[in-house]
Design a protein around this ligand. Structure first.
Ligand SMILES: C[S@@+](CC[C@H](N)C(=O)[O-])C[C@H]1O[C@@H](n2cnc3c(N)ncnc32)[C@H](O)[C@@H]1O
Length: 190
C-alpha cells in the first residue's frame, strides 16, 4: 500500500510530466472531497462514474458512500496514476479505465450513471477536449442525475449553464488552491 507522501510524490511527478493534463500540484483534500460528494445523493446510486481519478482522492470516498451492489467506473488517462489507483483501492465494485474520459460513451455502452464525479482540469486541457468531455458526461447521465465538477476557478460556469438547467456551487477553502465545487442537474437537450 502507498503512503500518502509517496502518493503526493507520484502525483507531483505526473504534474511535472503533464502539467496541463493534471492541472494541480497536489491531490484534492479530503475536506474538498467530502464537501463535493455531499452535493449528490451517492448513497442511492447504482452506477457512478469518476473522471480524472488521479491517485484516488475521491475514489475510496465514493465507494464508502455506495451500496454493496453499486458500481464505480473511474477514468484516468495517465497509465502510471491508473496503476497507483489499482494498487491502492481493491474493491470489486471498482473498474479503473486507464484511458481518456472522452471514451465515456463507448465504455458505458448504454449504462446511465446517476452521478458523474469530475476533477478534470477543464480549463487547462487541450482546446476543445474539455467541452467534448463535459457534453458527453451530461449526455450519459441517468434521468435526474447529477454531474459534480471540481475546478480551481469559476471560468467553467458559462459552459456549465449552457449544458445544464441547474448549477449549484460552493467553494471549499480547505484545499490548495481553494476548490470551486459545482453540482449540475437537468441536462439540456442540445
Ligand atoms: C486535478 S487532477 C485530479 C486528480 C484526483 N481526482 C484528485 O482530485 O486529486 C486531474 C486528473 O485528471 C487526469 N486527466 C486529465 N485528462 C484526462 C482525460 N482526458 N481523461 C481521464 N483523465 C484525465 C489527470 O491525469 C489527473 O490525474
Amino acid at each position: 500500500m502507498n503512503s500518502p507522501l509517496l502518493e503526493r510524490v507520484q502525483f507531483l511527478r505526473a504534474f511535472v510530466m503533464h502539467p496541463r493534463q493534471v492541472g494541480a500540484v497536489l491531490p484534492t483534500s479530503q475536506r474538498a472531497v467530502s464537501d463535493m460528494l455531499a452535493l449528490a445523493p451517492l448513497e442511492a446510486a447504482t452506477l457512478v462514474v469518476e473522471l480524472g481519478a488521479g491517485t484516488g482522492s475521491h475514489t475510496q470516498a465514493v465507494l464508502d458512500r455506495l451500496g454493496p451492489q453499486a458500481r464505480l467506473i473511474a477514468f484516468e488517462i495517465d497509465p502510471a496514476l491508473a496503476q497507483v489507483l489499482r494498487a491502492k483501492v481493491s474493491d470489486p465494485r471498482l473498474q479503473v479505465v486507464a484511458g481518456s474520459a472522452e471514451t465515456v460513451v463507448e465504455v458505458l455502452d448504454g449504462a446511465r450513471p446517476e452521478v458523474v464525479v469530475s476533477a478534470l482540469p477543464f480549463t487547462s486541457l487541450p482546446a476543445g477536449i474539455g467541452k467534448v468531455i463535459l457534453q458527453r458526461a451530461a449526455g450519459v447521465l441517468a434521468p435526474g442525475g447529477t454531474l459534480l465538477v471540481l475546478q480551481y476557478s469559476p471560468l467553467i460556469v458559462p459552459e456549465l449553464h449552457r449544458l445544464f438547467g441547474s448549477v449549484r456551487r460552493r467553494v471549499c477553502l480547505r484545499n490548495v488552491p481553494p476548490a470551486w465545487l459545482f453540482a449540475c442537474t437537468e441536462p439540456k437537450a442540445l
